[in-house]
Write a protein that binds this ligand. Structure first.
Ligand code: BES
Ligand code: ZN
Length: 633
């Protein structure tokens, strides 16, 4: 039933910039690729669908495992089916019981062969009298190797005195902490009881009551149906501070004040988002600021976005990540990509929405700066991503598993929506998006269904400025179609011009008004330095601007990529400090790659990686490894 297409699709879902290379042996062409099918699940969702999940879990930091019960409420679609298949990975299943109308009976179960990406199917044989609706009670525990869970010792937290654990379920990791139908096509409500060491607090992607007493036993309810990749949990020495009426932040006490300052605009973002695209359907919106090993910038877990602490720059310059995760409450969490191949509908639409939110709150100049930086990264991706992976929704039947899509889902997706906005006008396009969110709320969407809706609402209007064919060029063809509006920013043009002038000795550093610049302009200046710039000049820049000791993680990223590319060894000690300070893949993997690819420092990159590795999340470690491998080719 399952065909081995997963590695190529995994490339897509690991959109965040890098990808595991897969062995040639795993490469296999799928005949008749079915765009509506999720190739990442073993679950027989055509025969049974899950409606509700009830969890009862003990959080054991010593054993590094979750232990307890998952009860799935299932509805039967196929009267003849007698076996339920669920997704698991590295779970130990103790028992399975079928419950219906007051009676219970043990069920036979077996775990199938373990697949590297997908984990192992759990087959449950139903007793003959099992009806149309029943519960499966599964007694189980996770393994310390769970790919979704990171168990941090106290040393890797801000406070250094308590352990902390967190989950990252997207894209296919929920199955490594809960046995379930792990596909975005199935939505479930959930409830959970979680027992933790007494001094710690548990939070979930559910209703977190900021006033919950810290008893070590916590109850959660998620009344809105969500796809499994949005199941999330974290436990640690967490405290809450309000940001606004419906918004707040959880983090360790050591980071609470800094977080309240940095994310002060969250309530305004929420209000603006509602004004733009309709009601926020999820109750509260809170942030959880995690330790540095959190591998992403942010993860849109409903009601509680998980966020990297690397955003704490002290100047609110990196909060577009908050706008992004909040925007997912509409694009992604409310209207969900049907399979990971349609990931651009989550990420591209969210990037567009993020930009719109940033514009109302911080003004068009800042957004133009962010768009230019995004566009520059897209151009780099388009140079490295093979053509057949450059479509927003690639036809994967002719592709190979080594390919990756970089940030194309995000930035090409955003440019597509900006193109439509320009063609139809902002008002008409906002009306379209608002009705899109309404029409598909709490449902899933394929690229094809999106195109049909776009066609019905906008493209088929008389005299419409965009044809279906043009829209399909974006979704199915490589590169950027003609008519793409190239982002531009006068501030950034100015920074680039000054980079060239300073490099040529026409301007002295002291005359560059760095203090008036946004961090984005500084990044653009760094990115615009000519390739043949002498080390003396780099030294002058670093001494003058103290870039190597910047507090801003994105400036550090841009700078240390240049430092590594140019073998500017004066700054290698601080480069390594950067690699140890941050665990977000985006901030460090390209620095390792640049080091490994500069012709001299591959060994050094490997050594630095070995030294830092135990503090990294396995996802970040695998990106770094993939980058190091590519640099070796
Ligand atoms: N949902 C993504 C993170 C993700 C994507 C996890 C794919 C697993 C698989 C999240 O919303 C995201 O896009 N994060 C970005 C934020 C940025 C684009 C503003 C990140 O982490 O860099
Ligand atoms: Zn996202």
């Amino acid at each position: 039933m399952f065909r081995n297409k997963a590695p190529a699709l995994l490339a897509l879902i690991t959109t965040a910039f890098f990808l595991t290379a897969c062995s040639k042996a795993e490469k296999e062409v799928v005949d008749n690729y079915d765009p509506a099918r999720d190739y990442f699940t073993f679950a027989n969702t055509d025969q049974f669908v899950t409606e509700h999940l009830a969890l009862d879990l003990d959080v054991d930091f010593d054993a590094q495992e979750l232990r307890g019960f998952a009860m799935l409420t299932l509805r039967r679609l196929d009267a003849a089916a007698s076996r339920v298949t669920l997704d698991t990975r590295d779970l130990t299943i103790a028992s399975v019981t079928v419950l219906q109308s007051g009676s219970s009976s043990p069920a036979e179960f077996s775990l199938g062969e373990r697949h590297a990406t997908l984990g192992a199917p759990l087959h449950v044989e139903l007793p003959a009298d099992t009806g149309a609706s029943f519960d499966l009670m599964i007694e189980y525990n996770t393994s310390p190797a769970s790919t979704a869970l990171q168990w941090l010792p106290p040393e890797l937290t801000a406070g250094g005195r308590h352990p902390l654990m967190f989950s990252q379920s997207q894209a296919v990791h929920a199955r490594s902490w809960v046995p379930l139908q792990d596909t975005p096509a199935i939505r479930i409500t959930y409830a959970a009881t979680v027992r933790t060491p007494e001094s710690l607090l548990a939070v979930m992607s559910a209703n977190n009551d900021p006033l919950t007493p810290r008893t070590g036993e916590y109850h959660f309810d998620m009344p809105q149906p969500i796809p499994s990749y949005l199941l999330a949990i974290a436990v640690g020495n967490l405290y809450f501070a309000p940001l606004g009426e419906d918004t707040g932040v959880y983090t360790e006490p050591e980071l609470l004040d800094a977080s309240v300052y940095e994310f002060a605009d969250t309530q305004a973002m929420l209000e603006q988002a509602e004004a733009m695209y309709g009601p926020y359907d999820w109750g509260r919106y809170d942030l959880l600021i995690l330790p540095p090993s959190f591998p992403y910038g942010g993860m849109e877990n409903p009601r509680l976005s998980f966020i990297t602490p690397s955003l704490l720059a002290g100047d609110r310059s990196l909060v577009s990540v908050i706008a992004h995760e909040l925007a997912h409450s509409w694009s992604g969490n409310l209207v969900t990509n049907a399979t990971w191949r349609d990931g651009w509908l989550n990420e591209g639409m969210t990037s567009y929405f993020e930009s719109r939110l940033m514009e109302v709150i911080y003004g068009v100049d800042r957004v133009d700066e962010e768009r230019v930086l995004m566009y520059r990264e897209l151009l780099q991706d388009l140079e490295t991503v093979p053509e057949h992976m450059q479509a927003l929704a690639p036809r994967l039947d002719d592709t190979s598993s080594e390919d990756f899509q970089g940030g194309i889902h995000y930035s090409k997706g955003q440019l597509f929506l900006e193109y439509l906005e320009q063609a139809f006008g902002r008002d008409a396009f906002d009306t379209f998006l608002t009705s899109y969110f309404q029409e598909f709320a709490f449902g899933t969407i394929t690229t094809e269904a999106f195109l049909d809706f776009l066609d019905a609402e906008l493209l088929s209007q008389e005299g419409a400025p965009v044809s279906r064919e043009q829209a399909e060029q974006w979704t199915y063809q490589p590169g950027l179609p003609e008519g793409t509006t190239i982002p531009s920013s006068a501030n950034l043009d100015n920074a680039a011009a000054l980079a060239a002038a300073w490099a040529d000795g026409e301007v002295v550093l002291a005359d560059i008004p760095l203090d008036d610049w946004s961090p984005h302009a500084t990044i653009h200046f760094i990115n615009s330095l000519p390739a043949d710039l002498a080390h003396d000049k780099l030294r002058e820049l670093d001494e003058g601007w103290e870039i190597s000791s910047t507090r801003n993680a994105e400036i550090g990223r841009a700078w240390f990529i240049q430092v590594a590319n140019r073998r500017f060894t004066d700054a290698y000690e601080q480069l390594e400090a950067h690699l140890n300070r941050f665990g977000r893949g985006r901030l460090i993997a390209p620095v390792y790659s640049a080091l490994a690819a500069n012709g001299e420092d591959r060994e050094l990159a490997l050594t630095m990686f070995e030294r830092a590795r135990s503090a990294y999340h396995p996802i970040t470690a695998s990106w770094i490894e993939a980058g190091l491998r590519r640099a070796a080719d």
